[in-house]
Design a binder for this molecule. Structure first.
Ligand code: RNT
Ligand code: ZN
Length: 413
């Protein structure tokens, strides 16, 4: 392709090898969240309301109503995504058939369909405990609940969850990211912030007591949620401390910090103190709104930070957004392709040259090159990458999504 040849030469003139960048991109697996496909409903009670300060808005037609529909939609979405990736599921996506199984009694077999499907599709799977949208989380507390019985229920949920995730890993012969996020917190100013934090620590210790082979456990902090505006028990400081002390991964969700804080600036501050980081790439619009990821400055800075330091084996790039106001397959496609584009842009940076200028205090050259990079033809490299991966180049996927919408999605209502 001519455009690519020109781009290749232009990048070479800046000291960048486009072939190497594409090779590096090919090795990156994104952990794509299954929950964009059904507005985080899951299959326990698909019409149940979301709780825990997370919310979907919009009623675009065609949401997946069954596991088979969700998997079919994921398969469709993956035809638009270059590379080999993973699917992240939640405990609430268990398939219990006609049995009503509560979350503390989930079993491996309830995830067998996901496993068989992942095997068949050549996908990795990741797992999330589900501690929201349940009667026993209605007080706004789960693992830090003052009531021992309620705590026990959620501890058991996480213990069986770790066994399930371990089984998934064994079946797929592949590590499983096992993420834990809880909604616990106070709407109004509490008097006792310490008791729930001590209880949370105690619950976590019980959950993680047993070693597993395939799990990579990770804990996810948050600054506030709807209903936990004044105090979140699992705050960033809390989980930083817990993860460092117990050598767990830490999940950094880009929507979980104060609006002027950025995750891109946190990675190098944390990475040497934990075994790794799980990212939840999202887009907060004024709050943790989980908008579809766009190719904005922070996404590019975040990706550049990973690429610059070659952190690919210590950082798992997961997605966490859910928008019900547009076609859900398009939402997935746009967000995932943007994440990959941002990574490619990061990989197309002459980092060593830039670092060299920076270390010599030549900030003039650093700024000039960084600005020049913004108008470099990265899109021609991206198009070439998509073409070689045999996935749609440019916008050609959109027509196909619309066709799928007409033929499949619109018949679901
Ligand atoms: C909530 C957390 C959490 C969820 C998903 C569904 O604020 O970000 O990761 O979004 O587990
Ligand atoms: Zn998240």
């Amino acid at each position: 392709m001519r455009a690519y040849q020109i781009a290749k030469e232009k990048y070479a003139a800046l000291g960048v090898d486009t072939e190497k960048a594409m090779e590096a991109l090919k090795k990156i697996s994104i952990s794509i969240h299954c929950w964009q496909g059904d507005d985080v409903s899951g299959f326990e009670n698909p019409d149940g309301d979301l709780t825990g300060g997370i919310q979907t808005t919009g009623n675009y037609p065609g949401k997946a109503r069954t596991p088979d529909e969700l998997r079919a939609d994921i398969e469709k979405m993956l035809t638009y995504i270059p590379g080999k990736h993973r699917i992240s599921i939640h405990a609430s996506y268990a398939e219990t058939g006609s049995d009503k199984v509560d979350r503390d009694k989930l079993e491996k077999k309830h995830f067998q369909n996901w496993i068989d499907w992942a095997k068949e599709q050549g996908l990795g799977l990741d797992y999330n405990h589900t501690l929201f949208s349940h009667p026993l989380s209605a007080d706004g507390f789960t693992l830090s609940h003052i009531d021992e019985n309620i705590r026990k229920f959620w501890i058991d949920h996480c213990i069986v969850g770790r066994e399930i995730a371990d089984y998934i890993g064994e079946q797929l012969q592949d590590k499983v990211m096992n993420n834990l996020w809880i909604p616990d917190g106070f709407k109004d100013i509490p008097v006792d912030r310490y008791t729930p934090r001590r209880l949370l620590k105690d619950s976590l210790d019980k959950i993680f007591a047993k070693e597993t082979k395939w799990n990579i456990d990770s804990v996810e902090s948050k600054v506030f949620g709807i209903g936990s505006e004044s105090c979140v028990i699992g705050s960033h400081e809390f989980y930083m401390g817990y993860a460092v002390k117990n050598q767990k991964y830490i999940t950094l969700d880009t929507g979980h910090f104060h609006p002027t804080e950025v995750v891109s600036n946190k990675i190098t501050g944390i990475i040497d103190f934990v075994p790794g980081i799980l990212l939840h790439v999202s887009r907060p619009v004024r709050w943790d709104s989980d908008h579809i990821v766009i190719l904005d400055d922070e996404l590019m800075t975040l990706s550049a930070e990973i690429a610059r330091n070659n952190f690919f084996d210590k950082i798992c790039i997961g997605l966490d957004f859910f928008d019900a106001s547009v076609n859900r397959i398009a939402a997935w496609t746009i967000g995932t392709r943007n994440t990959l584009k941002a990574l490619l842009i990061g990989l197309l940076e002459p980092t060593e040259i830039l670092k060299d200028y920076e270390h010599k205090f030549d900030y003039t050259s650093r700024l000039a090159i960084l600005e020049e990079l913004k108008s470099m033809p990265w899109a021609d490299v991206w198009n070439e990458y998509c073409e070689r991966a045999d996935v749609p180049v440019g916008l050609s996927w959109l027509k196909d999504v619309k066709k799928y919408e007409r033929e499949i999605l619109l018949n679901r209502n």
